[in-house]
Design a protein. Structure first.
Length: 126
């Protein structure tokens, strides 16, 4: 029984050390841990309120270039995601997903971007 308990103890210690390794980048302000330094850097913006990526059109700031890029699409009105059922266009894949679920009553999610049909990350040339 003693050997059996020891084996569980070492397993728990190994799991704890693996979790500690997973979050080796720790915020000096709130002690929250992150797996990657990049995530820690993004998190640090919550403390500094810094938003280094600024929209040239409206002045709104963002913490990542990707979020700025997505925001810029709101100014252009570009709708590049097309429903495979009714062919209506949307600015974001999430808006298309909601449309397909609520209007067409299905979870089947195909969309068209630049003459290519996509289904769950798989591409089909139109």
């Amino acid at each position: 029984l003693e050997e059996h308990l020891k084996s569980h103890g070492s397993k728990i210690a190994i799991e704890d050390s693996e979790k500690a390794e997973e979050k080796k980048h720790v915020c000096t302000v709130c002690n929250k841990g992150f797996k990657l330094h990049y995530y820690l850097k993004l998190h640090s913006f919550t403390h500094t309120k810094e938003k280094p990526f600024i929209c040239q059109q409206c002045g709104k700031g963002f913490i990542t270039r990707g979020k700025l890029k997505r925001h810029i699409e709101t100014h252009t009105g570009l709708k590049k995601y097309q429903c495979h059922i009714c062919y209506k266009f949307f600015t974001r894949p999430s808006y298309l997903r909601i449309h397909v679920r609520t209007i067409h009553g299905t979870q089947d999610y195909n969309f068209r971007v630049d003459k290519t049909w996509n289904q769950f990350g798989t591409e089909y040339t139109a």
